[in-house]
Write a protein that binds this ligand. Structure first.
Ligand code: F6R
Length: 600
């Protein structure tokens, strides 16, 4: 969701900015722009649409030593060239990019900017006009920037250029992600390290409400009060080659195929030399001390949390509640005496989850984040982190992060059981190795699944996924995958709930995909399928080896019953992929969606 790249250094500004924005495309956006500064002043180019169009539009002869770029995911104002960033103050002195939402932009406009005429509908333009207004008062850009940041309420990551200052990029953030990348004779700013890995692997964190002055040879971090803050750089542990698509047509397919490798990475990283589970002692203590676990997440990560609940309750015998992050903040349930909060987030930047983290930290509760990005906000601000080791996930639709989250939750559950002295007949590392092999078999069966996608989804406008017990959790994720990338209206239901209303939606030819991987409900889910078939549904059963029947459409290899979501989700991901592909959808960048949802 919105991406920022900034650069100050040598003459290659335009290329660095465009390359960086291309790397941020995965976050989701609808318009883009760059501004570069040289002796002739600011050169501004904006487009509605893709970076490829921006690249074509940018004057190829521009030589500039500093600039800022932006991908916008519309919040205030429709996607358009006028609303795209960078925005400029009316005098033309200041040019700014922003990610986030300024909650008090109307108040600021009324109080400080009544005499200014605005060109866009954005909250962002208020910020740049306000900086200009306060510059007139202070005659000093840092002071004007600082006072503006003090006045802003809401979330922001901001990069600012002053046309009279060719030596400084002005940067600040609150709640929205932003990093400074460090180079030799140049420095960078980026929403995430992926944008600038080609240039550097050295980064400096920026904390909320800090101001950073980025020069080509040095970087100065200040508090809002003006004191200088010393901070050490860290090395980003992302391999730039992991972010390439290689021979794949889409990142999503590459990431589906990477799932066996991810399982093996997880096994390797959570195992010690004696083949025992390896987790930090303080995580073990936190899990042991908890009388109830509250899992907080959004979207696909929430669905992984539902599977995690089953794993932790069944294996570690601790009650677990799973909450949608955006609801928890405003409708907080009664908490137990010793709660432990577990945040699940691929990106580690989801604003809804972060809002809960901030709230529960204020209440004094411990937090553990399970994320694919260890240096992310949710990781930094929680007490503990478990890493997913899934490698960068670029496609907007989450696939390998979902299975990685479940695998890590299984390890956490078993480890906690061990710490609590619960005897289990379940070796998670061995079971995950079996899962990895099963995943390999499934990713080798693409043609079969592609044919099913053609048979069931080519023309339909809706689809239902049903399951019972653990399969119900996967049916929710299957429906989300299908709807988000193919735009087919899809819902996941508990098989037993159908008769309580949903069955009214079944018509002649309605696709119903039933998951049947759980022995204790195998008979019941098959009865539910009969009920919809009797009403005209075009039903497909996806079962597991050992539970299959002759006319099942697809059978996944047998794995431990607690881990079936890790394998049954793969045909679901592939069905969604091929449905979207055959319907001509933009698989990796579905409309209206953002990879990293950094506004509430
Ligand atoms: C769906 C998807 C989203 C994310 C959700 C949370 O495919 O990717 O539903 O799961 O936006 O994001 P994270 O996990 O980064 O907190």
């Amino acid at each position: 969701m919105c991406g920022i790249v900034g650069y100050i250094g040598q003459n290659d500004t335009k290329e660095v900015l465009l390359n960086g924005l291309e790397k941020l495309e995965y976050r989701g956006y609808d318009s883009a722009g760059i501004a570069t500064l040289n002796e002739e002043g600011i050169s501004l180019t904006k487009v509605k649409g893709r970076i490829a169009a921006l690249r074509e539009r940018v004057d190829s002869s521009i030589q500039a030593t500093m600039g800022i770029g932006h991908t916008r995911w519309a919040t205030h104002g429709v996607p358009s060239i006028t609303n795209a960033h960078p925005h400029q103050s009316a005098s033309g002195r200041f040019t700014l990019v922003h990610n986030g939402v300024i909650e008090n932009y109307k108040d600021l406009k009324k109080e400080y900017l009544q005499d200014v005429s605005f060109v866009s509908d954005t909250d962002t333009e208020v910020v740049v006009q306000l900086i200009d207004k306060l510059y007139q008062k202070h005659q000093d850009t840092v002071e004007a920037f600082r006072e503006t940041m003090r006045l802003l309420k809401g979330s922001y990551a901001i990069g600012l250029i002053d046309v009279e200052d060719h030596e400084t990029l002005y940067v600040s953030k609150n709640k929205s992600p932003l990093l400074v990348g460090l180079g030799d004779g140049f420095n960078l700013v980026a929403s995430d390290a992926m944008a600038t890995l080609k240039e550097t692997d050295q980064y400096l964190e920026i904390f909320d409400k800090e101001i950073v002055l980025v020069n080509r040879n040095f970087v100065e971090v200040q508090t809002l009060e003006g004191s200088v803050v010393e901070r050490k750089a860290y090395t980003a542990e992302i391999d730039a080659s992991d972010t390439e698509k290689g021979t794949y047509a889409h990142y999503m397919l590459k990431e589906i195929d990477e799932q066996p490798i991810v399982m093996r990475n997880i096994i390797k990283n959570y195992q010690n030399e004696n083949n025992e589970l390896k987790l930090d002692a303080d995580i073990r203590s936190a899990m042991k001390a908890a009388d109830r676990i509250y899992i907080i997440a959004a979207g696909t990560s929430y669905h992984a949390g539902l599977v995690g609940k089953e794993l932790i309750e069944k294996l570690a015998n601790i009650p677990v509640e799973v909450h949608v992050a955006s609801e928890f903040s405003y409708n907080t349930p009664l908490l137990s005496e010793k709660p432990l909060f577990v945040f699940i987030s691929q990106s580690g930047e989801t604003a809804d989850s972060r809002a809960v983290l901030v709230k529960i930290k204020e209440m004094g509760h411990p937090a553990l984040t399970i994320t694919n990005v260890p240096g992310s906000t949710l990781s930094r601000e929680a007490d503990h982190t478990l890493h997913l080791y899934a490698g960068p996930e670029i496609a907007v639709a989450s696939t390998k992060a979902y299975t990685a989250q479940i695998a890590v939750l299984a390890i956490l559950a078993v480890d906690t059981a061990n710490v609590k002295g619960i005897q289990l007949d379940f070796d998670p590392l061995q079971e995950l190795a079996i899962v990895a092999t099963a995943m390999e078999t499934l990713t080798g069966q693409k043609e079969e699944i592609e044919q099913l996608a053609r048979d069931y989804f080519e023309t339909t406008r809706n689809a239902f996924f049903i399951g019972r017990s653990g399969d119900y959790n996967v049916s929710l994720e299957a429906a989300l995958k299908l709807k988000e990338i193919s735009y087919i209206q899809a819902e996941g239901f508990a098989g037993g709930e159908l008769k309580h209303g949903t069955i009214a939606l079944i018509e002649e030819g309605t696709p119903v995909i039933a998951l049947a991987t759980q022995e204790n409900v195998n008979y019941s889910i098959r009865s539910n399928v009969q009920e919809v078939v009797a009403r005209g549904a075009n039903a497909m059963i996806i079962s597991m080896k050992g539970l299959e029947e002759d006319d099942d459409s697809f059978v996944v290899p047998h794995v431990n019953e607690l881990l079936t979501p890790l394998v049954s989700v793969i045909p679901m991901q592939l069905l969604a992929y091929y449905a979207a592909l055959h319907r001509g959808c933009d698989v990796d960048k579905p409309r209206n969606l953002a990879k990293s949802v950094t506004v509430e």
